[in-house]
Design a protein around this ligand. Structure first.
Ligand SMILES: NC(=O)c1ccc[n+]([C@@H]2O[C@H](COP(=O)([O-])OP(=O)(O)OC[C@H]3O[C@@H](n4cnc5c(N)ncnc54)[C@H](O)[C@@H]3O)[C@@H](O)[C@H]2O)c1
Length: 387
């Protein structure tokens, strides 16, 4: 029986996937697993019982990843689970920027008492007219979970799509429409595109990647969309470029004092992933990841330990060891099992930076003294007998 605690409300679409082997607990210190969305965990004491934390969402800056790793707690997130929600907002953003739909809607509200509105609108509508997105060039910076969905849908909307991602994953490349023009220099996006949308993570290397120099290279009248993170864009430069007539609109999901209410800016209050479906997908994925780890020891989509998958255990026993990534560790483990006359029938060792994970399928039961010896090895954070 495993226990789990939800630090935030988590969709039942996910929680319903816990079977009768799982019990919810209100006491976080009694939980084998924690599900969390935005609750801040940095100042929390982690109980020795805690094995895993799953963040239903992508960002994990509310979770102390190293502290968890060093206490043998695996942290998961749910990358891509909200990608479709963000993709749809990108299209809403492009459409809102192309015609003054917001202004037109406000005009209708303001003229609601005019009995002649059906006539007067025919005169007023030219103020809100604009352009279509079909046939326009869309540049996508970052072809991950979101970027690929935006690219493929934009192709179907009749756009000419340019994609830039020097680190594209094999999976993303497989999923990308062949009609997307792959560019190897981001400058090609800047100089060619009518719409430019950013879908990269915020890293030191991507911070303010859309800066004055980049804007300088862009076409006059470009529309820039940012549904990734505000710090990816030098927004002061964008607001200046709007005033100078260089940038037509800036669409952002991250309003702040620079952009909220600014001329030419269309801001939404971080709505990218705010859909029922995205919340359901995140919860479903978080629970599936937790179950696979708790029941089989497999790690999928961890943000502090390496991924490692040995499927379901078919031997007598399975042991998982979370440890520091140190030389000679595997030899120490196999010496211990060998000395105890236990055959290792399958084994995987994966590392990620300072941390590593070893999963061993064994042909016999693991006596407590073997577990104690493994736990006493240098750099070992936790030993779990999974089966
Ligand atoms: N608005 C929202 O509510 C919302 C919701 C989810 C995600 N996001 C944000 O969207 C962004 C993308 O999310 P995702 O799930 O697609 O991430 P992802 O990790 O699947 O994809 C990111 C892609 O960016 C690429 N990349 C990294 N550095 C790059 C660079 N310098 N130039 C070009 N490409 C680069 C990576 O190779 C990767 O393919 C993130 O910043 C995330 O925080 C926003």
């Amino acid at each position: 029986m495993f226990t789990y605690n939800c630090l935030n409300p988590i969709s039942n679409v996910g929680l319903d996937l816990f079977n009768t082997n799982y019990k919810a607990t209100d006491d976080v210190n009694d939980a084998d697993a924690i599900l969390v969305r935005s609750a801040k965990m940095h100042d929390m004491e982690l109980s020795d019982k805690l094995l895993a934390v799953a963040r239903a969402g992508a960002g994990v800056n509310n979770i102390p990843l190293d502290k968890c790793a060093e206490q043998g707690v695996v942290v998961f997130n749910t990358p891509g689970a909200n990608a479709n929600g963000v993709k749809e907002m990108v299209f809403a953003g492009m459409l809102l920027a192309s015609r003054d739909i917001i202004g037109g809607n406000i005009w209708c509200d303001e003229n609601k008492d005019d009995p002649e509105i059906a006539k007067s609108m025919e005169k007023a509508k030219k103020n809100f007219a604009g352009t279509e997105i079909s046939g326009k060039k869309l540049g996508i910076i970052g072809l991950g979970a979101i970027g690929v969905l935006v690219a493929n849908a934009a192709v179907h909307m009749g756009m000419e799509v340019y994609g830039y991602d020097p680190y594209i994953s094999v999976n993303a490349a497989w999923n990308l429409s062949r009609s997307v023009k792959h560019v190897t220099s981001v400058e090609d996006i800047y100089t060619n595109c009518d719409f430019i949308t950013v879908h990269v993570p915020l890293l030191d290397s991507t911070k303010e990647m859309i800066n004055r120099d980049a804007i300088e290279k862009m076409k006059k009248g470009v529309i820039i969309l940012n549904f990734a993170r505000d710090l990816l864009v030098d927004e002061k430069a964008v607001v200046d470029a709007i005033a100078a007539g260089k940038v037509r609109k800036y669409v952002t999901d991250f309003p702040n004092p620079t952009t909220a209410g600014a001329e030419g800016v269309i801001a939404t209050p971080h709505l990218g992933a705010s859909t029922e479906e995205a919340e359901d997908n995140c919860a479903r994925m978080a629970v599936e990841e937790l179950r696979d780890f708790l029941e089989n020891g497999n790690i999928r989509h961890s943000v502090n330990y390496p991924d490692c998958d040995m499927g379901v255990c078919h031997t007598v026993s399975r042991v998982g060891v979370l440890h520091q990534n140190l030389k000679g560790t595997i030899a120490r483990f196999t010496t211990i099992t060998g000395d105890a006359n236990i055959n290792v029938s399958d084994m995987t060792n994966k590392s990620r930076g300072e941390y590593a994970y070893t999963l061993m399928d064994l042909d016999s039961e693991v006596p407590e003294e073997v577990v104690a010896k493994l736990a006493a090895c240098e750099g070992v954070y936790r030993v779990r007998v999974i089966k």
